[in-house]
Design a protein around this ligand. Structure first.
Ligand code: URA
Ligand code: SF4
Length: 196
């Protein structure tokens, strides 16, 4: 078992916060365990909770398309969320839930060792920058955090709810492509793909 798989086994029955009462699955994340680029969303939605996979609903389809648009496949990157369990009715995660779950995200980052962590939306940007930042202020810039760079982007779901944000979201991905340039190649594919 890889250390990442082992870590999933450790937390898959987590009851550290109240979200454990209503969730179906602890949606750990998926992708390349040696990814250079990680994407971090907010929390699982209904489809994610049922399927035990991140970003598989409408926002997920958009994310997959945006990745394809800059030449990346989901399997090239690692996709996770700040909070691993679905908040009831998709409400925002609460500060105590984020605090309870955040160490798991840090541990995932420590094990995957990405060079760039793209945060999707306000919650992920605030969690990794450890500041109450507005995504509209920080998008388009990048920040050194520990041994990786944080690259804040709009959340794909925001552009689904507010169509006028779509051009800005596309711009974020275009900027990411430029930022990655030729310097960052997708990590080699592991023998074992799928959940981890
Ligand atoms: N799906 C996820 O897994 N995370 C989000 O933030 C939104 C949809
Ligand atoms: Fe545990 Fe995180 Fe789920 Fe809360 S959201 S129960 S801390 S895995």
């Amino acid at each position: 078992m890889t250390p990442l798989q082992q870590f999933y086994e450790e937390i898959k029955d987590c009851r550290k916060c109240g979200l454990s009462k209503s969730r179906t699955h602890v949606v750990f994340g998926e992708g390349n365990p040696r990814a250079e680029i990680m994407f971090v969303g907010e929390a699982p939605g209904e489809k994610e909770d049922i399927q035990n996979r991140p970003f598989v609903g409408m926002a997920g389809k958009l994310l997959t398309d945006l990745l394809a648009g800059i030449g990346l496949k989901r399997e090239d990157v690692y996709i996770a969320n700040v909070v691993k369990c679905r908040p009831p009715d998709n409400r925002n995660p609460q500060p105590d839930e984020i605090e309870a779950c955040k160490p798991y995200l840090w541990k995932q980052i420590e094990l995957i060792k990405p060079r760039v962590v793209c945060t999707l939306g306000n919650f992920a940007a605030q969690a990794l920058l450890d500041k109450k930042v507005a995504i509209t202020k920080v998008r388009g810039r990048h920040f050194q955090v520990r041994n990786f760079l944080v690259f804040p982007m709009l959340h794909p779901a925001a552009a689904l709810h507010q169509g006028n944000l779509r051009p800005a979201l596309l711009e974020d991905f275009k900027n990411l492509k430029q930022f990655l340039g030729k310097g960052i190649e997708p990590a080699p594919q592991p023998e074992q793909m799928g959940f981890f």
